[in-house]
Design a protein around this ligand. Structure first.
Ligand code: COI
Length: 357
């Protein structure tokens, strides 16, 4: 994170905090928000004065382009608190760069790096009481940009709003996840927006995922749109396969989100002496490996999901069950290593931790 240049950030503090009404032991992911939010509008070809204001509803015209064409991108990050009340972010530069990569694909102007970091830092300082200590607790941070120009011609907006809102979080998935391997629907196509964190990428998954949920499954592992033969990502997570003692994940391409947790897990696995392979991986390969007892683990990685083990997958009406995991599983060991870095309870050899102060 670069040193902050003064951006003339205007801060209006909330007169009272909502925090006393929050039951931090019973949080539903993404339903409780902190006392403040950051916002900055783009008008007349430039980003205007950034502001932090009390979290509140806002008024946007019904004709705003975001409502009609989904011109919107977002990020997911987390803040953690250690036992000494120090607050940390994990690889925040990656999210700052990625929101601009996503924005470029959706014809949204880039948001300046110094605005992003000053806004985020001041917001976290104001709402730091909302970051609970202890592994498993975090503050989920949602930066996003929406097209707010009141105009319904199908062309890029001339006005945008960049915002950051924050929500105290525990695990996104509780327990293991059962997944369906996609054979009919697709998440993204060649040359499309799959690599961007475009809002519409997520909306497009809701219907197919709701069909999977009716069958008792929680997520879909998406396959390539052309053949449905190669495994790509799980929509809210990138996906890893342990075959024998090798850890395999699909290579990034224009259909797959360049996950910050994904690349961190690949690095940590290598640090731990685990052989990793980044290559195409076919549905046939994991079905055969499962039948031979060689498929030992599947797990998803993501900011919200952290590391979520998959207990079974369904393909062609057949269910393949993964072995029970113990504390020596790759997912447990990698998760432990990752949480120790994030919560400042372990070494950080790659300098991924960033203290907010
Ligand atoms: C994240 O992990 O931050 C994501 O963006 C997943 C989200 C849709 C909950």
């Amino acid at each position: 994170m670069n040193p902050i240049n003064n951006t003339n950030l205007h801060i209006e503090k909330a007169s009272t905090s909502k925090i006393d009404a929050v039951d931090f032991d019973n949080l539903n992911f993404g339903k409780t928000f902190t006392d403040h939010m950051f916002m900055c509008d783009f008008e007349n070809g430039a980003w205007q004065q950034p502001k932090i204001v009390p979290y509140q509803p806002m008024s946007i015209e019904p004709s705003a382009r975001v409502f009609h064409y989904g011109q919107a991108v977002f990020e997911g990050m987390k803040a953690y608190k250690d036992d000494d009340d120090r607050v940390f972010l994990f690889r925040p530069d990656e999210n700052q760069k990625r929101i601009n990569t996503s924005a470029a694909r959706l014809a949204i102007p880039e948001f300046p790096e110094n605005y992003f970091f000053e806004g985020l830092t001041e917001l976290l300082k104001l709402d730091s009481a909302w970051i609970q200590k202890g592994k498993g607790n975090s503050l989920y941070i949602r930066p996003f940009v929406i097209a707010i120009e009141p105009a319904i011609a199908a062309s890029p907006s001339e006005a945008y709003r960049f915002m950051i809102i924050c929500s105290p979080a525990k695990a996104y998935y509780t327990g293991t996840v059962k997944v369906l391997i996609a054979e009919q629907f697709s998440r993204s196509a060649n040359g499309g927006v799959g690599y961007a964190k475009a809002a519409g990428n997520y909306a497009a998954q809701f219907y197919p995922t709701s069909l999977a949920m009716k069958k008792g499954l929680q997520q879909i592992i998406w396959t390539d749109a052309d053949t449905h033969e190669y495994l790509e990502e799980a929509g809210t997570m990138n996906i890893f396969f342990r075959i024998g003692d090798k850890l395999v994940t699909a290579p990034n391409n224009d259909r797959i989100l360049d996950g910050v947790t994904r690349k961190s897990i690949l690095q940590l696995a290598e640090d731990m002496g685990i052989t990793t392979e980044v290559r195409r991986i076919s549905v046939a390969e994991i079905k055969t490996a499962s039948e031979k007892g060689e498929l030992k683990e599947i797990f998803g990685t993501g900011t919200a999901a952290v590391i979520s083990p998959v207990s079974s997958f369904e393909h062609g009406e057949k269910t393949f069950t993964l072995p029970e995991l113990d504390k020596n599983s790759y997912s447990s060991r990698l998760k432990e290593r990752m949480l120790n870095i994030q919560h400042n309870t372990g070494d950080d050899p790659h300098s991924w931790r960033y203290e907010v102060k």
